[in-house]
Design a protein around this ligand. Sequence first.
Ligand code: SAH
Length: 438
Amino acid sequence: MLLTITYTGKDTQHLGYLLYKNPHRPQAFDLTHGKAYVFYTEISDERTTAALLLDINPIDLARGKQSGLFDYVNDRPYAASSFMSTAISKVFGTALSGRADDFQALSDSPINLTASITMLPCRDTDKLPKIFEPLKYSLSYETFLADENFSDWGISKYVNLTISGKVRLCDLLKHLYVLIPVFDRQKHYWVGEEEIEKLLRHGENWLTEHPEKEYIAAQYLNRQRRLVNIAIERLTGEITEKPPKTLNSERLEKIVSTLKEFGARKVIDLGCGEGNLLKLLVKDRHFTHVTGVDVSDAALQRARKDYSLAESEIELFQGSLVYKDARFSGYDAACVIEVVEHLDISRISTFERVLFKFANPPLIIITTPNKEYNTHYEKLGNNLRHTDHRFEWTRAEFVEWAERTAESFGYVVKILEVGEADEIHGAPTQMGVFSCKE
Ligand code: SAH
């Protein structure tokens, strides 16, 4: 898939400074599922064109990390999609942010730019002007027969789209970042709450006023009604004082308040990931000792890089919940947040002993998805919420496990729901608060 950006006017080679990409030196970048290449197809005073070419590996998508997301035969190597947005932010990140050092004045000015996107999935071409014209682009597009040898197969669902306008480069990149995946509905990653932040951040300055903002938000967020509602409320400012809580922040707040309720000051977060809970704990003086553990070195490295954690007294170490570990002992409370579902079901009994018997803190908080609630996530079908989940529990299954485990190890358990509950399926997250019987 190919995106070209053409600057016309005078001194147009300066496009190289705006994009932070030398026009005379083609460059390659590694992406998770392939490579991106940047090169220029024309350079002159009046007209300069930069090209971003993606080479996505379809086999990688069908197996490996993202297994199951795509079939072996898929259009991903060719179609403009969320991969292009990821590449734009990775390869043109500085330009996307609007920063241009010595060329700031040019970066801040609307200039004549044309972008061409090959193979944009688009079944409904009427949408193209509705989406791009309010942003003051003129547009043209080319359609094709699905197959030249079989004209009765009709028109292909892909178009080559060209948009032109007098815009700032950063605005053009933001429009492309958001709008390419609006046309292509298959995101190559799980769409969760972080996507709302991405949409709002890149939609800043233009999405609120866009007559198709609801359509754009819905498509961008894979039509997940709960996420779309939050995005629209925040866009239209209907809830101005305080943005509605995301599930993640609601979960974290409930954990923090439960820890306080039990007077826990020394806390260990097992399977801490990038440290979302740790960040809350370290900035709260109530907690005197905060430790994070994860099996993934990459996650720990990301946590270490986080500014608020790097500056704190926090302890972080690598360890696994399915191996007895003396370092897990001596805490007032252990949190295991959205982690059990990543363990092989055959290892759960080992995990129980590691945590309840050997670490044996007075308080244990465990959260896990409620499988019944998955019917709210349209795109999920029969899948689990994350490709690395080994299982997900229904409410009955979780209660059964939690009560049996509490009973075996001398704890009492209280089950709570987190997130907006619906009458039939319950809430998205379930939480068990286990306290040690004296
Ligand atoms: N608790 C964090 C991260 C949840 S994602 C949060 O709520 O944001 C699940 C995490 O569990 C991942 O970081 C993964 O590396 C970690 N994990 C998976 N198996 C583990 C194991 N056996 N021991 C410790 N951590 C594990």
